[in-house]
Design a protein around this ligand. Structure first.
Ligand code: F3S
Length: 69
């Protein structure tokens, strides 16, 4: 069985482009500065794996890490 995915937004890199939020609103939330944070502990619910990879590949700052647990 494939491991569960986990996402993390690097706050030093995130510049608030918000593509992650529009592509995967279930996985990212924006703070008052417009920077993204992973929802909850960053665990990707089953079925949303593709969105996690899509968000990662669309972040212009390469701020999103996706790891397999
Ligand atoms: Fe930040 Fe990248 Fe999302 S810059 S707001 S993590 S698209």
């Amino acid at each position: 069985m494939a491991g569960k995915l986990k996402i993390r937004v690097d706050q030093d890199k995130c510049q608030g482009h918000a593509r992650c939020k529009s592509l995967a609103p279930e996985l990212f939330e924006l703070d008052e500065f417009g920077n993204a944070h992973e929802v909850g502990d960053g665990s990707v619910p089953a079925g949303l794996e593709d969105k996690a990879w899509l968000a990662q590949s669309n972040c212009p700052e390469i701020a999103i890490e996706v790891t397999e647990e």
